[in-house]
Design a protein around this ligand. Structure first.
Ligand SMILES: Cc1ncc(COP(=O)(O)O)c(C=O)c1O
Length: 392
């Protein structure tokens, strides 16, 4: 059987090959790898959320198709957006998702014909480049440079890209750089989208993981945002529900309506106990989120202090659960560095180049490991003099 050509674009996930290297190292050395690659949250949901899920899973009636969302969940989402983000959402401005990934992959099908363009940040979250391939759209990269605080440089987007682009995917707090966008940037983004008639898909998966200053905002809280775009939000990071798939698409009514139309052909809604668990998560949300944030703050500070002391200067990210760390100059690229780090210390990191051309001099470390693992990593770096010998 011949596989369709579109499948050629889907490279094996970088995480799958890293898992292979990890297993090989452990087999050959008998040493446990300290793994900083995957962004799957290790903080479980609050006990009340798990309890709700268990109670609702016992009701035989909750196993039907969930074509219409549980009305109390829509109300809870409206209240959440009002109190947390100061955004008023109508019912027809909300669509439930099986996690925000679902919409990231499917949205280009709504707005892109083959050959249309999608503007994507580089470095990127991998789904951003898979989606255009599925829709046979062209990827137009927007480089994120450290000298611009990893913000998009709108002036650098040329006329042809502006004309060709139907959509742009924007993510702040940003995975992988950890950058947070200031208000003036969002205002500029809305003007840019409006002037060039481009739909903004604002990926806000990390809005609760902003560490300093004001809490993370909603894109929709800025004037004009819902005329040019939608926001994706997630229960995965804030509420530790990554495996109990649920997220939302909200904002522009026309996009929401079109997406619901597409979705009616894709699935039959979200398992009802998961919807009830999400209601509980939102009810007790403030406390859960504050605790989660504190945990990540503790880890990022520990990583900064202990890794820097071991000879690898790490800068604190402003948000997300990731550290985007520069590699020492003498390595050819981030793959070479990651390989050497694994071989010499048994520490596994994601090479930045796997997340885009701009990641060539960086690696990503996910803060989803406990403090003990962070300390162990620093100890191994010190004992092997990995960074001390790097800077000789
Ligand atoms: C930037 C970004 N967007 C979206 C997602 C997907 O989240 P969800 O679990 O809601 O599908 C992730 C997951 O890691 C992510 O890092």
């Amino acid at each position: 059987m011949e596989i369709a050509r579109r499948m050629d674009f889907m490279e094996n996930s970088v995480f799958a090959s890293l898992r292979k290297e990890k297993a090989e190292f452990e087999r050959n050395t008998g040493t446990r790898v300290l793994d900083f690659t995957l962004g799957s949250p290790d903080i479980p949901p609050a006990p009340a959320v798990i309890q709700t899920m268990c109670i609702e899973a016992r009701h035989p009636g909750n196993y039907r198709y969930a074509i219409n969302p549980v009305p109390e969940l829509i109300q809870a989402i409206q209240k959440w957006y009002q109190t947390r983000y100061h955004v008023r959402l109508e019912e027809d401005e909300i669509c439930l998702l099986q996690g925000s990934q679902e919409a990231l992959i499917n949205l280009p099908l709504l707005y892109c014909n083959p050959g249309d363009g999608i503007l994507i940040q580089d470095p990127y979250y991998p789904a951003y480049v898979d989606a255009p391939h599925i829709a046979q759209a062209d990827i137009l990269f927007m480089p994120l440079k450290e000298e611009n605080d990893f913000l998009i440089d709108f002036d650098a987007i040329d006329e042809e890209s502006r004309r060709k682009a139907k959509m742009m995917i924007v993510c702040y707090p940003n995975n992988p750089t950890g950058a947070v966008a200031p208000d003036w940037f969002i205002e500029k983004l809305i003007r840019f989208a409006h002037d060039n008639d481009i739909l903004v898909v604002y990926d806000n998966a990390y809005s609760d993981l902003v560490f300093d200053g004001q809490p993370g905002k909603s894109f929709l809280s800025f004037p004009g945002a819902s005329e040019v775009g939608i926001e994706l939000n997630s229960f995965s990071k804030s509420y530790g529900m990554a495996g109990a798939r649920i997220g939302i698409l909200c904002g522009n009514k026309e996009v929401v309506a079109q997406y619901k139309k597409l979705k009616s052909n894709l699935d039959y809604g979200i398992f009802i106990p998961v919807q009830y668990a999400a209601i509980t998560a939102l009810k007790i949300g403030k406390d859960i989120v504050a605790k989660t944030r504190e945990t990540y703050i503790g880890r990022r500070t520990l990583m900064e202090q202990s890794f820097t002391a071991a000879g690898w200067p790490i800068h604190l990210p402003a948000g997300t659960m990731f550290v985007w760390a520069r590699i020492p100059d003498q390595y050819e690229n981030s793959y070479e560095f990651a390989k050497a780090l694994l071989n010499d210390t048994g520490i596994l990191v994601t090479p930045g180049s796997a997340l885009g051309h701009e990641g060539d001099r960086y690696v990503r470390l996910a803060l989803v490991v406990n403090s003990y693992t962070i300390r162990q990593a620093a100890k191994r770096m010190k004992e092997t003099e990995f960074f001390l010998s790097s800077t000789d």
